[in-house]
Every structure is written in C-alpha cells, then in structure tokens.
Design a protein around this ligand. Sequence first.
Ligand code: HEC
Length: 122
Amino acid sequence: MRRQPLSVLWPVASVLLIAMTAPAAMAQDTPPALGKQVFDEWCGICHGPPNGASGGGTETLAALFQGTDIPAQLEDRTDLTAELVRTLTRQGRNTMPNFRKTEISDSELEALVAYLVADDAE
Ligand code: HEC
C-alpha cells in the first residue's frame, strides 16, 4: 500500500508535536523566582535602591511621582499592571531602553510580569 509510510509517521509526528508544545505550556506558570532573576539581571541596575546615578529609573520615577504616595522602586509598587510592564519592557520610554526577545524571551517577560504585578492588579 502506498499510504503506509505516512500512517507509520503519525505516532512519530504526534510525539514531536507534544514535545514542542510542552515547554510553552510549562512557561505559563513560571515561578516568581525566575521573575526576580530576570529583574535582577536586566532591571535592577536602574530600578533598584536609589544610587544617585543620573538617568536611573528609581531617581527618574521618584521625580515623576513626587508629591504622590507611589513608591519610586518598582518592586515596592502595588499598582503596576501587566500591560505597563510588558509595554515598557518591549518599547522602552524616554531614557529607558527597550529589551529584545533575544535578551528577555516572552516566557521570561511573563515571569517578570508575575513577579512585579500584584495578583489583583492583573
Ligand atoms: C537604563 C535604565 C533602565 C533600565 C535598565 C530599565 N528601566 Fe524601566 N525605567 C527607566 C526610566 C528612566 C524610567 C522612567 C521613564 C520616563 O521618563 O518616562 C523607567 C520607567 C519604567 C516603568 C514605568 C513606571 C511608571 O509607572 O510609569 C516601568 C514599568 C519600568 N520602567 C519597568 C522596567 C523593567 C521591567 C525593566 C527591566 C526589564 C526596566 N524597566 C529596565 C530606566 C530603566
């Protein structure tokens, strides 16, 4: 039968498909530990404790939110939305740089969002 080879391939193909989609499914509930790791690697240098560096995220946000009760350090915020974190990370704003997928992958970004965004703000 001419069709035989194809049907023999099906089990192989389905195993491959499962193997390819499994990591994506796992990435959906990445632990906050990864988010903290991504933050420390890419964001902490600007959004950590104020160190007086000009152009620093914490310093800039402190000036921006002066007179409000919004904390300048991102990790102290309870009002951050997933949308804001995703947009700023991918597009940057003013002196904040943007980050490519080769630097912060989509699943790392989601871990970062899970870390920075309080559950009820999502
Ligand atoms: C080179 C320094 C720098 C780095 C690195 C950096 N930021 Fe920023 N970030 C800034 C500055 C400066 C601002 C203020 C931008 C402005 O003037 O509007 C800012 C603003 C933000 C805001 C907006 C807060 C608000 O309420 O308006 C978010 C969210 C944010 N950054 C997230 C991140 C995340 C997440 C990372 C890491 C992936 C990161 N930033 C890395 C400098 C930085």
